[in-house]
Design a protein around this ligand. Structure first.
Ligand code: NDP
Length: 248
């Protein structure tokens, strides 16, 4: 059983779906910390938190790096001395820029700030809490019951699978996130914290659009099953929502 999980960007799409899925499993986490950057845009999440005492909403714009220390203090108030078992960096942006001729530097910079810099810096801020959870659960195997970082990537970040033009901001920022994930998995191994990156499938959300192949439910069900089952052999890998390992 996972005691605590933090999911960024939980007010809609896959983040909201993950919160709902975690509440539906036989042993839901004691503490689900669902972040959003704006309460007005989080009506359904607020309704869920009103019904479920284990759902805690915290405000976080992942690009507001100056707010991270304050965010960590609020998180510690919720977690008490138990630390954080799972950090799920889910929030992401998808600039719909296709070809090179339409691209400008701000498209690239904005995508990198949200999709790459934020997950790395939030992880840096919260590593002490992940370390605490890893130490306090030393009787558990490496995995989510101990401490894990899950970074939401995309198959569009796979260099070997790439057969399409354009989408430079998204593809490059998520490919950089993949590199960060692998590096974290090496650096934090001695602290018994694992790190993986995930492709959720092509999913019908605001980002994925109406023509996407998957509904939210099967994607988040697969992701939660995977989070519950990851072990040291998964550390540093790139996986699809159904558990299949993906090529870099
Ligand atoms: P949505 O566009 O539906 O949701 C994106 C979420 O990220 C929203 O909650 C949004 O909050 C949040 N977010 C964006 N920027 C910030 C920010 N600066 N600070 C805090 N939150 C922010 O996307 P999905 O649910 O589809 O995507 C979730 C993740 O899955 C992303 O990382 C995406 O790249 C990845 N993914 C999705 C695929 C798909 O097919 N849907 C395929 C592959 C990967 P707000 O409402 O405030 O904007």
């Amino acid at each position: 059983m996972i005691k605590s999980i933090l999911i960024t960007g939980s007010n809609r799409g896959l983040g909201l779906g993950l919160v709902k899925q975690l509440l539906s499993i036989p042993n839901p986490p004691d503490k689900i910390i669902a972040t959003c950057r704006n309460l007005e845009n989080a009506k359904e999440l607020r309704e869920i938190a009103n019904k479920h005492k284990n759902v805690h909403i915290l405000l976080l714009d992942v690009t507001d790096f100056n707010s991270y220390d304050d965010f960590k203090r609020k998180l510690e108030n919720i977690l008490q001395d138990d630390g954080l078992n799972v950090l799920f960096n889910n929030a992401g942006t998808y600039p719909r820029v296709t070809k090179l001729e339409l691209l400008n530097s701000s498209h690239l910079v904005n995508a990198f700030v949200t999709n790459t810099v934020a997950p790395i810096m939030l992880t840096k801020t919260l590593v002490p809490l992940l370390k605490t959870a890893a130490q306090k659960n030393s009787d558990k195997p490496i995995g989510s019951e101990r401490a894990a970082i899950i970074n939401m990537s995309s198959i569009l970040a796979s260099i070997s699978e790439n057969s399409s033009e354009g989408l430079y901001p998204y593809k490059c920022s998520k490919a950089a996130l993949n590199m960060a994930t692998k590096t974290l998995s090496i650096e934090l191994k001695e602290d018994n914290i694992m790190a993986i990156c995930l492709h959720p499938g092509w999913v019908k959300t605001d980002m994925g659009g109406p023509n996407a192949r998957l509904d939210i439910e099967p994607s988040v069900k697969g992701i939660v099953d995977l989070i519950l089952s990851v072990n040291s052999e998964h550390n540093g890998g790139f996986y699809q929502y159904d558990g299949k390992q993906l090529p870099w």
